[in-house]
Design a protein around this ligand. Structure first.
Ligand SMILES: *Cc1c(COP(=O)(O)O)cnc(C)c1O
Length: 374
């Protein structure tokens, strides 16, 4: 593989991901590794291999194409595609690569059914039910027709059943979780009494860590694998305290210079120095996925200390205040995420300044080339 040279560096600690997986497995008992969207930006194949080495035997990707990529990489474990098929090409990818698609509407069922018939090939599917997310999935009202249709499509074999929680990370919404659980149980009972024997899964990371009474046969762990605490800022925050962030993002300083009291900095002159300052110009900007929302509103970690963002984030440059950090010079490293000492930046902090959640921070910064440590 070509070695890509980049000043902007996204480093992924696979050891942290392995530890987070082991921690989830202490709380759950059959945890699927959710590695959709390039493993939340951490890298589909390296993350799958790391999880596999810890015993993971089921992976959940998003698109069928991601599943094909994972299978082609040599993965022989169960691969679930959370989005299910959207067209015939997806169905063929599913058959050829033994992918288990989520199937959440009749259109998907019919599409798969016709490809299964053409290919004379059995397809194992995970039936997806809507119990309160109102995004994808059959409703409970669909069940009689679904069961009838499944009986007419013997090549479509439901091996799993699933639903997705909308509020499992929020202490104010425990009741909503309970309602979803109750609806899911009714669905499972009906499937069971109709002769379908499936492996159910409902819990996401927050469900595994907080609501372990709803773990059913299997669980689907995502954000916690990457060290994002789903309970950040809530009374349940401690439940995620042992998770270790795996992604660290750094770049270099292109200039260190003085900014005199009264001078402004960067586009639009949105920051004015209140005193004489020293600023560092860091090689990171919105072209690297470092959001412009962080303008005048966020921090980096330099020499183990916090440096505040001054003025607007530019395309490939951002100014920070290093007045109180000694010895900062051209070529030094600035951490946008992670770093050393008291100044280290957690994914939750960066997400808060950015105005989003850790999921989006990882996905976007993870679009850059990555390097790995074991
Ligand atoms: C992304 C996803 C998960 C994992 O959720 P986390 O909150 O990241 O643990 C589980 N199930 C489905 C259907 C998902 O799309």
């Amino acid at each position: 593989m070509a070695i890509e040279y980049n000043t902007f560096e996204v480093e992924v600690d696979l050891g942290a991901i392995r530890n987070n997986y082991k921690f989830l497995c202490e709380k759950g008992h059959n945890v699927y590794g959710v590695i959709k969207a390039d493993a939340y930006g951490h890298g589909l194949i390296p993350v799958a291999r790391a999880l596999e080495s810890e015993g993971a035997d089921t992976f959940a990707v998003g698109t069928v194409a991601e599943g094909v990529k994972l299978r082609t990489s040599g993965c022989s474990k169960r691969i679930i595609a959370l989005l299910g098929p959207l067209d015939e090409a997806d169905c063929i990818g599913i058959v050829d690569n033994r992918i288990i698609p989520f199937v959440g509407c009749f259109e998907q069922l019919e599409l798969l059914g016709s490809v299964a018939n053409n290919r004379k090939s059995e397809i194992g599917v995970s039936l997806k039910f809507d119990t309160g997310m109102a995004r994808l999935g059959f409703s409970s009202a669909d069940l009689p027709e679904l069961i009838e249709r499944l009986k007419e499509l013997p090549l479509i074999r439901p091996v799993m059943a699933s639903s997705h929680l909308a509020t499992s990370d929020d202490p104010a919404y425990e009741e909503y979780v309970e309602e979803q659980v109750a609806k899911f149980r009714r669905v499972l009972d009906l499937l069971d009494s109709s002769g379908f024997s499936v492996e159910p899964s409902l819990a996401n990371s927050a469900g595994i860590l907080k609501h372990d009474q709803i773990n059913f046969c299997a669980q689907r762990g995502g954000i916690a694998l990457y060290g994002g605490n789903p309970f950040c800022g809530t009374e349940w925050e401690n439940l995620g305290a042992r998770l270790k962030p795996a992604m660290q993002v750094s770049t270099k300083i292109a200039s260190v210079h003085k900014l005199k009291k009264g001078q402004t900095i960067s586009y639009g002159c949105t920051y004015t120095a209140e005193k004489d300052m020293t600023v560092a110009i860091v090689c990171a900007g919105y072209a690297d996925g470092y959001s412009r929302n962080l303008s005048n509103n966020g921090w980096m970690c330099i020499n183990g200390q916090r440096a505040k963002i001054l003025g607007r984030v530019c395309m490939q440059l951002t100014a920070v205040d290093v007045s109180s950090i000694s010895d900062v010079k051209f070529g030094d490293i600035a951490y946008l995420l992670g770093g050393e000492g008291h100044g280290a930046i957690s994914p939750e902090e960066l997400a808060t300044w950015w105005g989003t959640i850790t999921y989006e921070v990882f996905c976007i910064l993870g679009l850059n080339p990555k390097s790995y440590i074991e």
